[in-house]
Write a protein that binds this ligand. Sequence first.
Ligand code: P6P
Length: 355
Amino acid sequence: MADTSSQSVAHDRTLDRDCTTLSRHVLQELQSFSMEAQDLSAIMNRIALAAKLISRRMSRAGLVEGALGFTGNVNVQGESVKKMDVYANDVFISVFKQSGLVCRLASEEMEKPYYIPENCPIGRYTLLYDPIDGSSNIDVNLNLGSIFSIRKQEGNDIDGEARDLLQNGRKQIAAGYILYGPSTMLVYSIGTGVHSFVLDPSLGEFILSSANIQVPEHGPVYSTNEGNFWQWEESIRDYIRYVHRHEGYTARYSGALVGDFHRILFQGGVFLYPGTLRKPEGKLRLLYESAPLAFLMEQAGGAASTGDAEILDVLPEKLHSRAPLIIGSKEDVALVKSFIQDRARESREGLQIAR
Ligand code: P6P
């Protein structure tokens, strides 16, 4: 007969929490043991393994050969590739080998999708990912992330061009990120809310830490690289001048999207990477950076916009398409958009709104 004393109940709760691993949580959320539910649970479990492998290498980066610094190559984005970028990219490929789950992987680091032979065509899932987001932080031991998105393959992709991926973000069936910070956290959604897990190194498991995270309607943080001020549209400058002149705002910018996003998810506010003179479409990639984070933010009750359209409605023209990103609390995203709309109305009607 189980002891029902309060101490024992508390013990049971702690035990149950320690057993709420990522793979179990997926099945709990789906309330199903169907093949599809089992597939998704298995996919998340393998993503967790990738996170553990990357986290382990990062935690010893200063001590092991070949972990820090550049490879000397430039990727399809025109960015210098870090050794950790390559390692993390390969980790995500390796964890899905012999899985029968994921046939294709589309990565920031690879010009074309990678096909895992033994998993095609049986594997009907595609992983889209940024293996290391914010890799400029690795050499100075600051927070980094990995971003992932899961889609189901549509059609047979005969020519290997993966054209079925060029659909909007509402086609995602799961999305999330790993934050490599003081602790390693994994945050994900399969469309039933946003949930966070913390890696317990003593167990080697990600354990549920927060369920059904809701972003505050408004928050004090605005997160952007103000060094680009001279390259921005007037509307964005209007917004920045507004937060400079009004109390209650604070600037936070880490150089790694995942860390800035994570702060806003929990504390509220807005992250923006607008278009610039050099990059009118902005810097962030739609399919494996903005769309997965927009999926999460909408699930958490927030908003994600290009300034003109919701991120999840944007159709990518190609695998590595970029889009301006304004993401965070509903009120704060709306405030940024109001400056964009004011300027648009002004130019349409030849007005000069007093500021
Ligand atoms: P900038 C990292 O390279 C990244 O893709 C995001 O993680 C980050 O938010 C952004 O670029 C930083 O770009 O131009 O401010 O250095």
